[in-house]
Design a protein around this ligand. Structure first.
Ligand SMILES: C[S@@+](CC[C@H](N)C(=O)[O-])C[C@H]1O[C@@H](n2cnc3c(N)ncnc32)[C@H](O)[C@@H]1O
Length: 254
């Protein structure tokens, strides 16, 4: 398995992953809208009356918290202990685990499985992506749905953009530049944080761009059928689980 997916690599790559409280402050605002979009898709394509959901790469649990209002038997998994720590502090009602989406086996399956917020994009090697889809399949009931939101195209490259933001009461100029690793379908985000009153920080984040066609191939190999190609205003991809999953017994990493 690829080292770039390890906890240390992720924390080194991004200030927001070294300091999950900052991540929560910047990212949790969209949770209500994201959860509503997932519920609408799962209602349309998933089992009637579904009440179970697994959020893979759940971060601090902000979206999961919203989803748990609808899916009473819900759980979340994230690689970073700091993310799960915040989830447990702020959202103690949620069932969350520290675990790697390539290997975790909770020993039960769900009617809805989500992997959103580009969590899948942190896996850049085909073997790792394959392993993640096996995890999705291993936790999804036949006829259940898998909802993915990940990078599907490269944004404009090599142009720097600076914006001013406030984090934890501090102002910062944040300059972002996207480049492409020519050897792989990998998008490199270089993000420089220039704070008023603390040391600057630079993130170098490598994420895999996975077209809908590529997602479809990985999903098909794991036993899912694509049911909802992306359209103009919706950036989630949805799959239905074809048959009984290979649900191996096992436990979470903690
Ligand atoms: C940008 S955050 C998105 C969090 C949440 N899904 C959301 O939409 O707010 C991406 C998350 O993916 C998690 N992640 C990355 N690689 C992972 C892996 N191999 N297994 C589980 N989680 C992973 C990161 O720790 C991070 O919390």
């Amino acid at each position: 398995m690829t080292d770039s997916c390890k906890v240390e690599a992720l924390e080194e790559a991004s200030l927001l992953y070294r300091e999950p409280a900052l991540y929560a402050e910047m990212a949790d605002a969209e949770a209500v809208d994201t959860a509503a979009a997932i519920v609408a898709l799962a209602d349309r394509h998933g089992p009637a009356g579904a009440d179970s959901l697994l959020d893979v790469g759940c971060g601090t649990g902000a979206v999961l918290e919203q989803l748990a209002c609808k899916y009473s038997k819900s759980a979340g998994v994230d690689l970073l202990p700091g993310m799960i720590e915040i989830s447990r502090e702020r959202r103690p009602q949620l069932e969350t685990y520290v675990g790697d989406m390539r290997t975790i086996r909770l020993g039960r399956s769900f009617e809805v499985v989500t992997c959103i917020g580009n969590a899948l994009a942190y896996l850049t090697a085909p073997d790792d992506i394959e392993a993640a889809f096996a995890t999705f399949a291993g936790h999804c009931v036949p006829g259940g749905v898998l909802v993915i939101r990940t990078l599907t195209a490269f944004p404009p490259l090599d142009r720097s953009r600076t914006s001013r933001t406030r984090v934890s009461g501090r102002s910062a100029n944040v300059t972002t530049t996207y480049t492409r690793d020519p050897a792989a379908e990998v998008l490199i985000l270089t993000r420089h944080w220039d704070f008023e009153d603390r040391e600057p920080a630079t993130d170098v984040i490598r994420r895999r761009v996975l077209t809908i066609g590529e997602q479809e191939s990985f999903a098909a190999a794991a036993g899912f059928t694509l049911v909802r190609p992306r359209d103009e205003d919706e950036d989630m991809t949805i799959f239905i689980r074809d048959d009984a999953g290979d649900l191996r017994s096992g436990v979470a990493d903690d």
